[in-house]
Design a protein around this ligand. Sequence first.
Ligand code: ATP
Ligand code: MG
Length: 364
Amino acid sequence: MHVESLTISELRNLRAVNLEATGRVNIIYGANGSGKTSVLEALYALGYGRSFRTHQARQMIHHSAESFTVFARINEGLDEPARVGFQRFRGGEHEIRINGDKGCRLSDLARHVPVQLMTPEGVELITDGPKARRQYMDWGLFHVEQSDYAHWIAYARLLKQRNALLRSGRFKQDGGSFWDTQLAQSGEALTVARRRYLNNLNNELNAYCGRFLPGMAFEFKLVPGWNESQSLLEALQGKIELDQRQGYTSVGPSKAEWQIRVDGADARERLSRGQLKLLVAALRLVQGGDYRQRRGQSCIYLIDDLPAELDPENQERFCQALNEDDSQVFVTAIEKSNLLSHFSNEETRLFHVEHGTITDKTTG
Ligand SMILES: Nc1ncnc2c1ncn2[C@@H]1O[C@H](COP(=O)(O)OP(=O)(O)OP(=O)(O)O)[C@@H](O)[C@H]1O
Ligand SMILES: [Mg+2]
């Protein structure tokens, strides 16, 4: 996938911005507060329908506007680029357009925009709670293991229903145990799919990690969300008293996540903070590489403030990997010179951001 052009309106300080003729590598540079991260936020909104900086969508909308809009043309290797648009209103509603069709779903949009994000906070993927790790593997099911994604949808629907029953206090009367059989079935299938996806990534994980953290052996390990010496149905039944008291489901794939084992130990306990950042860089590359291999398309990498992320040698290794992968990259920095040394080819375009306006500074 390759963004050919990007138009942003009323997103933070970007009131009306147009990036035409974006290249394979797009260096977005400018002073603090000029609007660089907001450009990445706009692209991320196309891929996820939300921000990576805030849970409150209205914070993304320019303070004097009612909505923000992002529009892009995406080259997917077909005759015509896909035309995708996302608009988010203050009240929280959104509108999605794909090739002129209104009323499309977020999942329809997301399929056109597979993004991989790296920010200075990226290490939270490993150090913070399980939600981001769950999203990481479910991104893979959504974009790569598309037939398995049906299990995710079925499970999510049944779980929502179960939690509503638990909250209502009528779980038993309203046939909760009957639904649990179905929930357990889809949950087991989802777990098989997640495990298969992570096992697949394991094949490439060491190749990518070896670039940044040589001499160590890495492995993804699925934490399924219940003790697998029991079936999921048994686990659900075992917790029913607790779940009824709490009003939500306490076991199962909704609690799943993964760990990275390094030479047999938990990466969080073994690696330094800098090494964890390198590991996260490798995890983004391995997921993008797998997508490319299996879908025959590349991801779009959004990289905020690369120098804050990696030391110079590792920046070079990381950029090298992106160059080899042929992925499209949007990368921000205050100074352009450092990034130009990593991405010095004719496919690189330069965009200068100043007080919310963007100027194409590509020469030659
Ligand atoms: N809702 C909003 N309406 C208008 N302006 C906003 C809104 N939210 C943020 N801003 C401003 O928009 C700008 C966007 O900042 P952004 O984070 O994109 O800058 P940046 O170039 O990435 O800066 P840095 O180098 O410090 O990371 C900031 O000047 C901020 O004050
Ligand atoms: Mg920024």
